[in-house]
Design a protein around this ligand. Structure first.
Ligand code: SF4
Length: 313
């Protein structure tokens, strides 16, 4: 067995500005209003983050109707439908919206298209909370979800329908380009948002992995199973030529012996993953192998979002 390994630690990785803001919203709400505070859905898709916030007094709900009206209710970073916003407005005294501003941007754009008389196509993954939130901004007969090229082939509009598309923020950049090419092919006059809907953090993490994954024998993306952007990173690593690419929840789920035959292992993490989880994975390798760690980066990120006024100091 080879007792030394090289780790290529890829940046940008980990927390994006929207996740940092959403977690800060819960922490500030706990400070300002005391425990418990209620959160509609998991604030971000990471088990570790959820467990820490629960310990501090946050309660995560599957159904907003379970939130008592006299305690703050927080909307998660993924955003919510108008139906949920309206429900909260009539039932909850304090609403704090931690929707990532880049998701809100997509909501606003979809609404603009709708008001201009467009039918809207949303490229995204069914049942993902962000998709439910974006679909739920508009009446059901004006927004259509497509997940695959086949879904596009099944779309039927009248010849004089005005059509536009928006996308989920955490999709694979490459797969989405193929979908958009197909949409443009089928609907040559289709309109789109003036700027990409896929967010900077998703693109940056995918681009960095694309650059470095083919230099690795195996690639680990630290992230939770229900994290869309983390799953896309594993696909990107595989598509970049590193077929032994895996999603890993945390160090506890790492079996180092599975990596015994790989000399160079790449590591990155999804946008909802605290850096300590990456550090723990490296420590576990360090307990078993002598490591050479190379830090590589495809640029810095300096995006920051303001907290909502309900929790701003
Ligand atoms: S991944 Fe992108 S859209 Fe999602 S919270 Fe982060 S910055 Fe916002």
């Amino acid at each position: 067995m080879n007792n030394s390994k090289k780790i290529i630690l890829v940046s940008p990785r980990g927390f994006c500005a929207g996740v940092t803001r959403a977690i800060d919203v819960v922490l500030e709400a706990l400070k300002k209003y005391g425990a418990p505070v209620y959160v509609n859905h998991e604030i971000v898709h990471n088990k570790h983050v959820i467990a820490e916030l629960m310990e501090k007094g946050a309660i995560f709900l599957k159904n907003i109707k379970d939130a008592p009206s006299n305690r703050p209710i927080i909307f998660s970073a993924h955003g919510v439908s108008k139906k949920i916003t309206n429900y909260a407005k009539s039932n909850n005294e304090t609403i704090i919206d931690a929707t990532c501003p880049l998701v809100t941007k997509v909501h606003v754009q979809a609404d603009k298209f709708y008001k201009l008389g467009f039918k809207i196509i949303l490229i995204g993954h069914k049942n993902h909370p962000e998709v439910e939130g974006t679909m739920g901004q508009l009446p059901g007969d004006s927004i259509y979800l497509v997940e695959t090229i086949k879904d596009i082939s099944e779309l039927n509009f009248y010849e004089d329908d005005k059509i536009a598309y928006v996308t989920q923020t955490t999709l694979s950049v490459d797969d989405t380009q193929d979908m958009i090419a197909e949409l443009r092919n089928k609907f040559p006059n289709i309109e789109s948002s003036p700027k990409e809907d896929i967010c900077y953090a998703t693109s940056n993490r995918q681009n960095a992995i694309k650059e470095y994954a083919n230099k690795c024998d195996a690639f680990i993306v630290v992230g939770s199973k229900n994290s869309s952007n983390s799953n896309r990173l594993v696909e990107v690593a595989k598509n970049a030529g590193c077929f032994n690419s895996y999603l890993l929840e945390n160090a506890e789920s790492l079996n180092v012996s599975n990596y015994a035959s790989y000399n160079t292992i790449g590591i990155s993490s999804g946008a909802s993953v605290p850096e300590v989880l990456v550090e723990n994975v490296i420590s576990k390798f360090q307990e078993n192998y002598s490591l050479e760690i190379e830090n590589v980066s495809l640029g810095e990120e300096d995006v920051q979002f303001k907290l909502p006024k309900e929790v701003r100091n």
